[in-house]
Write a protein that binds this ligand. Sequence first.
Ligand code: ZN
Length: 686
Amino acid sequence: MKKGIVLFMITVSMLAACTGRKGGEAERGAEPFEYVVDRFADLQVLRYQAPGFEALSLNQKRLLYHLAEAGLMGRDILFDQNGRYNLLVRHTLEAVYREYGGDRECEQFKALETYLKRVWFSNGIHHHYAEEKFAPGFTPEYFAACLQAVGADHLPLSKGQTAEALTEELFPVLFDPAFMSRRTVQSGDRDLIQASANHYYAGGITQPEVEAFYAALKDPDDETPVSYGLNSRLVKQKDGTIVEKVWHVGGLYTEAIERIVKELEKAQAFAENESQRAVIGKLIDFYRTGDLRTYDEYAIQWVNDTISEVDFVNGFTETYGDPLGMKASWESTVNFINKEATKRTTIISDNAQWFEDHSPVSERFKKKEVKGVSAKVITVVALGGDCYPATPIGINLPNANWIRRDHGSKSVTIENITEAYDKASEGNGFNEEFAWSDTERELIRQYGFSTDNLHTDLHECLGHGSGIILPGVDPDALKAYSATLEEARADLFGLYYIADPKLVELGLVPNAEAHKAAYYEFMMNGLMTQLVRIEAGKDVEEAHMRNRQLIAAWVYEAGKAGNVVEWKVKEGKRYVVINDYAALRRLFGTLLAEVQRIRSEGDFEAGKRLVEDYAVKVDRELHAEVLARYAALHLSPYKGFVNPVMREVRNDRGEVTDIRLDYTEGYTEQMLRYSRDYSFLPVYND
Ligand code: ZN
């Protein structure tokens, strides 16, 4: 038995990140806001706004401030989770960046700067999405010379270590492509633990050893199991014994966790109500003890708190980084409710039972009683850990299956992030290049932004929350394919319903045309344009991307006879054309029923076939064409965000009278400031 935590997670649908739209919503305020902050490698760094912050009460602002501080205190944790050398690499490169007095305009230095920016962005030396180690654009000789020039005083040397020894230690980490080549390996017939470079496991432990360790802890009859392994590293010691090193006060990462706790205590003083105070208190207990039962109690209290306007995620949360889906990366988001937009998600959650009852899946796999589904639209004011700088646009938590079953889940759509994506992509020429005709472009212009948000609402609030796992079925039965299939299930639920007449009736879409924008964008993205994120010659790896290709390729195949979706060529370029939107919806429904069956019955073989047949392989010719067309647009396929700076305003008696948001900090400035003010862990955490 393995446990069930991997299955419900952040969606990073990021359709908005890949699509360009003209027009859109009315401008907020008079002065233009600069959304784009920086650009390097395959990345663009944006800035988001937090409209409505000023109108919050001082108490709420101070609560947000301390939650945001708590969300920065843990920054180092994720670097170490992502790989044993990441903090050492970051500190070393920052020292060079700060102190190097030589030519800073030469190509080698520029390449080193870009590499450092990428390390900041990925919280480590591997690509945040593609999982592969970056190739430095500077030479080992140049790197060695920089360290020499900077000198021992500024470098993060261990006791007695010289600059030369540090250089030697870092050589394979930076320059040997075979050493720690992938952060996380999610598929293939090899030992996934040994193949992964992350720091969730250590001491040369093997996948069978990990599986045996946790199998021994699990009781198959336990209806409310803890999330085994969630907050620990599993280590094989020199004498061969296997131990969990738990992340808590007094344990691994204590230097950072103590700081998080202190800020949470400060936040607690400004809680909006008793239930929120209790939620924060329970989280503090969990950080102190590392006890996973306490974590579940916290998760239940958190999901039940639907009245507080300020909310947050802080902790070991998502398990994408662990090939076995147990170990959770540390993350933080701090937010407040967007009341106006939440009217939309309230309609959806109020009708959750209707959607469940009318879905095209077999009656056997439906929830008889949908419980505790809550959904809201939020405005984030601070992103941290695994939500920074690359961030989700929707979140659905908690992850534990039984908590979702017995207590429900909370879904959010982060609309100030989707808005920033949308605004930053205005007029970038993307749809002019890739959409088939003005008809599709006009649909996207009119309905793209609103149906994207709606699809995220449906995906998070209803999709992940729908359906049941049959009694006796191991929730982890789908193993490494579970994340992809779970995302497919949620996306398909959203796709199926976004075209339902019920949505027009509920006033969620203006008419029977609007869903076509979402359908077209989804198919264009899944069949073609998401390939801009993949290097030539590579396959699709990331779970959300696999999910989108799985769906698009499957419905394309299934609708071939009826010419539902078609490839057309114009002036030597390929385009996706949808001929029959109604038939496409039926195909989404058919696939949803099958994916739900696979999940409900734990049909590993069928799940594996779906993923391997449709989600992974890339048509090399099409890929080359898409990359060339995309390159001509000079856009960046991946995006992330800097946070606004939160400042306490004090009167002459030193009392805090306000919290202000400052939107002027640059990317490098912010990263260097965070490293200066929020770095508490030693470079090695063994
Ligand atoms: Zn999702």
